[in-house]
Design a binder for this molecule. Sequence first.
Ligand code: TYD
Ligand code: MG
Length: 471
Amino acid sequence: MARSTTTFVCQSCGATYGRWQGKCESCGAWNTIAEENVATTGVGGAPAKGGKTRGRAFALAGLDGLNDQAPRTETQVGELDRVFGGGLVKGSVILIGGDPGIGKSTLLIQASARLARMGHRVVYISGEEAVGQVRLRADRLGLTASPVELAAETNVEDIVATLSEGITPRLVVIDSIQTMWTDSVESAPGTVSQVRSAAQVLIRYAKKSGAAVILVGHVTKDGQIAGPRVVEHMVDAVMSFEGEGGHHFRILRAVKNRFGPTDEIGVFEMTGKGLREVPNPSELFLAGRDLGAPGTAVFAGMEGTRPVLVEIQALVAPSTLGTPRRAVVGWDPARLSMVLAVLDAHCGVRLGGYDVYLNVAGGLRIAEPAADLAVAAALVSSLSGAVLPADAVYFGEVSLSGAVRPVAQAAARLKEAKKLGFAKAVVPEIARGEMSETGLSVQAVTGLSTLVADIAASGVAREKPKAAAGE
Ligand code: TYD
Ligand code: MG
């Protein structure tokens, strides 16, 4: 018998309550709790009277069994395959989140077209745009010749029924999961229970049929994939497609990946003819560098297995505020505070009276502690007015004691620097051994104070502001 229960669900975190309240006690958000009706027949409901009470025994398998088919399909979009971990895995479900207008639909229609042209069956379901609009975009991108199968549909039962006809698609794109709805839930599309149930239906379809399913998810202002936080646990991989407002670079990053590493990034450039792959991101991030200005240092970083060179820009300016401003784009603010504290405590560089701005060029976000040395160099350069050598790269982790610690994959970083025409590297002591083959001139620093002294010696000291002068 159909039984319908009313619950109150937080649209932000998915917590359920028996009655309405203004604040969600689970995540602390206000006004996010909405009434939802869930019919408890069938899916997840208690077994009907007379139904089987004992489970069915199933066969168990070993880890060394052979899989019957090649598990991955390359999309031939190299940057996408890199983040996926080598291609689309059969039966996997991937959630791709990103701000509206960042280019999710563009990326996926391009990947779909590429796959379809190789002879795979690809179905693209748009819940947001009409078929005509998708066609218009495909036309602009010059993809109309690819045999992608299109539909504008939002009911997941209808979608699964349609997909089950004919041969199993290699890829199904659902754009977006927030527009999908299932018959089994009464609430409006976009609510937590609709998104969760619709995703469940699609995931079950993927696992059963072996088709790879990509779900597009919208992101809220604070950067979370709206509603389907719950979906994140259900899918095999969660990717985010990011980009800074003014830049045309787009970065695809894996947040979770059951079939590959999560530290790889895919770099794209949005052009008038869609997204272009950027196989060598360093050239992009270093383009348009201001070589004669103090406050910039090139960091030789790693994104997954790929070395990426990027410019770190710092601006240190006398502050008029009681608490000086610390603004960071592309790096961890806590890490900046730490580097500032080490500069203060061990190197006599007092920035207490200055506003500090730090920016990673090109909209890249760096998570590596290896950037500490480059950040410190940029800060000291900006403060002292000394221009750092244009042909030098920096990397190394700074410890609280002021020592510069070695970082992983020094050889790969140095090789990339050499390839891009850099002649000098400022690195932790231990990396010196790895330098010999690369042919770069090396300067090994054991402590941050050595670096500070070197930079200060090469530039003219700037007048101190009043706040710092008394120290
Ligand atoms: P879209 O893929 O619709 O974004 P999403 O699906 O993430 O909301 O991309 C829309 C933006 O991309 C739009 O602002 C215009 C830009 N764009 C280009 O610059 N060039 C192109 O060839 C295309 C198709 C879009
Ligand atoms: Mg879209």
